[in-house]
Design a protein around this ligand. Structure first.
Ligand code: GDP
Length: 422
């Protein structure tokens, strides 16, 4: 199984549109849920009077089991098709997908957008599609779900397809390449087998579409960047920072530097999946121990990199942002919280340098007084506390962020340039 290329897959969409049910259905149809787990949940679902067998219920329980067993590695749901070995990078609905996408815990190659046929495009549909595009998801497969609730109507399906296409165009996703599939996660239509209920549809099933996804780009040869998620003290070992290797490799014996805390030392041990390993690469969730580093020397939001090529720290940075939803307007001086990898830092938008046309990337206005929902712009940003971040052209994985304010994602962006302190 593991000799197939690997794909990290996100499943996105508005709450209750059927993401968990679809993930449960995919795992079930690919034989990835152990029989005893299915049996057990069938019984429990029946006992609790749930009509029939709820796949979402399986997902809830898998998530719970996972939470109980988890220490430092983040467990994922997995399944495979003929071509690929898939990891669902988020178990949607059970954690804050948006936050995870931003902090990098959910860095996916491609995504399935689940949009209910009876409800159409909703606020979180927009939010997730928007973030997917900004944070670098390549391809979307759109499952127009709950087709059973609209009697498998072709015209209802087409209407939702049009709504989603309009949304994709707004964020400059290539909607001509996106695949649209009428599904019922609940009934199993067009997930692994073409459904008789949608005889008007002659495209691929969801599993076929997943199988036909392009192969993810191999990791770049960027230097080590490992954003720190948490710092633990473990008896017998000492201080153990944990996090996910975004780029490069971490080896025992390496001399590393943590920024912006600006401390460093030699890597003594690396642990992954409860075992000691000599090295770790992109995508690996690790705990490690560095000679001479104490618990209070480093913190969440620090980035670990090679001592001779340390992570950048921004005095200011220039970025391209897209404003997704803001109740009024954004002007110079606005200071919301920026979420970049595992860091959350208040940053001031010092100047709005230009407004750009999101579809062409050309300058629409120099030095505008304000920007608002739907606008794309280049801005100069000053973090209020030291922040390690990289130009996305150099290290894409450490070059994106989301701007959160009033409990929602206001904007997202990519770093163009970093000005380091002198
Ligand atoms: P999520 O919030 O997007 O993860 O949505 P869930 O998977 O939890 O589903 C929300 C509700 O919709 C649950 O009661 C599901 O049983 C139901 N549901 C999901 N998919 C379908 C579907 O294809 N058809 C019907 N009729 N109900 C569905």
């Amino acid at each position: 199984m593991s000799d197939k290329p690997h794909q990290n897959l996100a499943v996105i969409g508005h709450v209750d549109h059927g993401k968990s049910t679809m993930v449960g259905r995919l795992l079930y149809e690919t034989g990835s849920v152990p029989e005893h787990v299915i049996e057990q949940h069938k019984e429990e679902a029946e006992e609790k009077g749930k009509g029939g067998f709820e796949f979402a219920y399986v997902m809830d329980n898998l998530a719970e089991e996972r939470e109980r067993g988890v220490t430092i590695d983040i467990a994922h749901q997995e399944f495979d098709t003929d071509e690929y070995y898939f990891t669902i990078v988020d178990c949607p609905g059970h954690r804050d997908f948006v936050k995870n996408m931003i902090t990098g815990a959910s860095q996916a190659d491609n995504a399935v957008l689940v949009c209910a046929a009876d409800d159409g495009v909703q606020p979180q549909t927009r939010e997730h599609v928007f973030l997917s595009k900004t944070l670098g998801i390549d391809e979307l497969i759109v499952a127009v779900n709950k087709m059973d609730l609209v009697d498998y109507s072709e015209s209802d399906y087409n209407q939702v397809v049009e709504e989603v296409k309009t949304l994709l165009k707004q964020v400059a996703f290539d909607s001509d390449n996106a695949k649209f599939i009428p599904t019922s996660a609940f009934e199993g239509d067009n997930v692994s087998e073409a459904s008789d209920n949608t005889s008007w549809y002659d495209g691929p099933t969801l599993l076929e579409a997943l199988n036909e996804l392009p192969e993810p780009q191999p990791p770049t040869d960027a230097p080590l960047r490992l954003p720190i998620q948490d710092v633990y003290t473990i008896s017998g070992i000492g201080t153990v920072p944990v996090g996910r290797v975004e780029t490069g490799t971490l080896n025992t014996g390496d001399n590393v530097s943590f920024q912006p805390s600006d401390v460093g030392g030699e890597v003594k041990t690396i642990e992954m999946h409860h075992e000691e390993v000599p090295k770790a690469g992109p995508g690996d969730n690790v705990g490690f121990n560095v000679r001479g580093i104490g618990k209070d020397d480093i913190r969440r939001g620090d980035v670990c990199g090679p001592a001779d090529d340390p992570p950048s720290v921004a005095e200011t940075f220039q970025a391209q942002i897209v404003v997704m939803q803001h109740p009024s307007v954004i002007t110079a001086g606005y200071t919301p919280v920026f979420h970049a990898h595992t860091a959350q830092v208040a940053c001031t938008v010092e100047s709005i340098d230009k407004k750009i046309d999101p579809s062409t990337g050309e300058t629409a206005e120099e030095n505008p007084d304000f920007i608002q929902s739907g606008d794309a712009a280049v801005v100069t940003v000053r973090p209020q506390k030291p922040l390690s971040i990289e130009p996305s052209s150099e290290i894409e994985e450490l070059g994106s962020f989301a701007i959160r304010d009033m409990g929602q994602t206001v904007a997202a962006g990519k770093v163009l340039d970093v000005e380091e302190p002198n």
